[in-house]
Design a protein around this ligand. Sequence first.
Ligand SMILES: *Cc1c(COP(=O)(O)O)cnc(C)c1O
Length: 335
Amino acid sequence: MPLSLADIFDAQKNIAGVATGTPLVPSPFLSDLAGQEFLLKLENMQPIGAFKLRGALNAVMQLPEDTPGVTCCSTGNHGRGVAYAARARGIRAVICMSELVPQAKVDGIRALGGEVRIVGCSQDDALAEAQRLVAEEGLTEISPFDDPAVIAGQGTIGLEMLTARPDLRTLLVPLSGGGLAGGVALAAKSIDPAIRVIGISMDRGAAMHESLAAGHPVEVAEVASLADSLGGGIGMNNQLSFGLCRDHLDATVLVTEEDIYRAMQTLYYEDRIVAEGACVVGIAALQAGKLPALDGPAATVVTGRNLDMDMFTRIVTGQDIQLGDYTVKGRAYGT
Ligand SMILES: *Cc1c(COP(=O)(O)O)cnc(C)c1O
């Protein structure tokens, strides 16, 4: 494996003071429910509102002195991380998007100092533009999850958790492309091989779960989900994150949209935390009784807070949520 704990320690130095040191706090309510101490790693408190700054910053910091800049075509948390990291280093970041991307996301990237390039009307058009910028302007494309520097950056979360609490027995990690889960699992298991790391996804469009079951990367249909940051494939030509997840995850667990809805309410009402659907999947699995028995302190990564506040308000007030042609039935908290 071309990545080791040493790379994660290096990443920690590269991103120190900008993207490190988020709190790891116990949740009394979830600890009661779990019958074990249950902790939350608050990556929602990152300056961009999500953990992706760690990987993006580690990748940007490793570029040569004379780099003309970076590009990517993520409209979500990775795009925000790349924009912020590039500004921290004083280089250009061009985030490519299609015309379909909502104005709020465009504004969000611009506010973080990113240049936004709007091209065509599909994600493929945006990707083609990013590739053109690589070929013609010498920008470096930063993958959201399948890049060694990105994975090492995300792995610093595992390092921080185990440094603060070496007694953790189980880590519950939201799982999409697997950069986060792969990096965290590599860090945690290098320090304590007996620790259990479980990857958690939504049951609609769980690309890594399906790929691990098949033994190779597979395509899944992408559908709207409350956990929108967990959508998308793992890449049919996956180089790193698939192998890391295959070798280091003890299990993967799937949760429903209803489980996610309830967990967003729980985290809000019990811990007063505003979190994306993608971040509460570990809590959703706990509440839904989908986790193996916990044998000691457990923790999950609250990965981000970048959500549509109108939708969030609907959820915490118990209203229905329409996801394409799927309706998540509303339910007031505690009923
Ligand atoms: C990207 C992301 C994830 C998943 O990370 P992967 O490395 O793609 O598995 C989870 N939560 C949030 C908020 C994210 O932005």
